[in-house]
Design a protein around this ligand. Structure first.
Ligand code: NIG
Ligand code: ZN
Length: 360
């Protein structure tokens, strides 16, 4: 009996597989020899999963007599895996274009933040927005990302800070996970900023005593799927101690640690993340040498955000040093109202600024 498949991508000049031995990541010198097949075909099954990849002649004989809903002649073309955007803040209301003028006039990210703008401005607008309104703008943003080649997006909450709005944002992400054709990783980021009227310690207590237990309950019932916990560990936001308490609380309920660290000031966030078994730490413009070594040993991924460093006029993260030390390096667009970039190919080309050339 002949079986039917969704798609045959035939005879591509190149198929980029990245790795062929089931590796979850490549580090160090392995990054110099990506797996690339010349003259190859790909078969996609009716479930949307890849059924076979191999030399065009082999695939042709293996699948002769079988039917495909669609066949695409890929001669002269290159097939790439979908791009992964490992850090975004895509659910929000309230444009912040006025901040660009402030930055051009010399204000730093923290000047705007401390004057009540930045994240605080977005929090006020996001609290007022309806769930439907947030979903519609989020959906449009995800479509722009998909058009730019992204197929998996890490999406953070963090513009609510109170439980009610954090849950509203997570429900919007949950709905997109169920309704849209791309993969999402959901991150609870209730410690994105210290809410007005609270100290960082009070905000941390509220998260640990109220937010996390409610998230646990909703996850247990299958109402929400949250994968990661995040904190903005930064001078004037959450210091190392409050960051540790919040991350440990999240880890205890089964969330992966994936947080903002060592962005504007050296905080020893990388050292903390390595100690806590973090899955990933983002930014790292100010990471120490010891932090890099600790991340490499702990197999903790560095999520670099070169377009943000460019837009905020920060120094670029030391990607070459991280790669040479064996750190797992990933990239993110950091899409947010202050860093409006949908495209991972744009991020990749900006990253050339933070990776010095390899010696030949
Ligand atoms: N640094 C903290 N969070 C975001 C910015 C969010 C915002 O400015 O709204 C970042 O990763 O760059
Ligand atoms: Zn961020």
């Amino acid at each position: 009996m002949t079986s039917s498949h969704r798609l045959l991508l035939e005879n591509a000049q190149q198929v980029v597989l990245v790795c062929v031995r089931g590796e979850r990541f490549l580090t160090g010198s392995a990054l110099r020899s990506l797996a690339v097949l010349e003259g190859a075909s790909v078969v996609v099954g009716t479930d949307g999963l890849i059924k076979a990849v191999g030399p065009a002649a082999v695939i042709q004989s293996q699948f002769s007599g079988e039917t495909f809903e669609e066949r695409i002649d890929c001669s002269g073309k290159c097939i790439l895996p979908g791009l992964v955007d490992a850090h975004t803040h895509p659910v929000w209301a309230g444009e912040r274009v006025h901040e660009f003028a402030m930055k051009l006039a010399g204000a730093t990210y923290m000047d705007i933040h401390q004057a009540g703008g930045g994240i605080n401005f977005t929090v006020e607008h996001t609290r007022q927005a309806s769930e439907e309104e947030l979903f519609c703008s989020f959906q449009q943003r995800l479509q722009c990302m998909m058009r730019a080649g992204t197929t998996l997006v890490e999406c953070k909450s963090g513009y609510g800070l109170n439980l009610e709005t954090e849950l509203k944002m997570l429900r919007v992400i949950e709905r997109a996970r169920r309704e849209l054709h791309l993969s999402l990783s959901a991150t609870y980021c209730g410690a994105h900023s210290v809410p007005k009227g609270k100290t960082a310690v009070e905000a941390a207590d509220d998260i640990i005593n109220h937010h996390l237990p409610r998230l646990k309950e909703l996850s247990r019932n299958g109402d929400l799927h949250v994968d990661n916990i995040d904190v903005f560990c930064e001078k004037g936001v959450f210091d190392l101690d409050t960051t540790r308490r919040i991350l440990e609380g999240g880890k205890k309920m089964g969330l992966q640690i994936n947080f903002h660290g060592d962005e504007l000031h050296p905080m020893k966030a990388a050292e903390l993340g390595a100690e806590l078994g973090a899955q990933a730490i983002s930014h790292l413009e100010e990471v120490s040498d010891e932090g890099i070594a600790a991340m490499a040993a702990a197999r903790c991924s560095a999520v670099l955000l070169p377009t943000t460093a460019y837009m905020l006029r920060l120094k670029q993260p030391r990607a070459r040093k991280m790669l040479d030390e064996g750190v797992i390096v990933a990239l993110g667009s950091d899409f947010n109202p202050n860093a409006y970039c949908f495209s991972m190919t744009r991020v990749q080309s900006s990253c050339l600024c933070c990776v010095e050339r390899l010696p030949r």
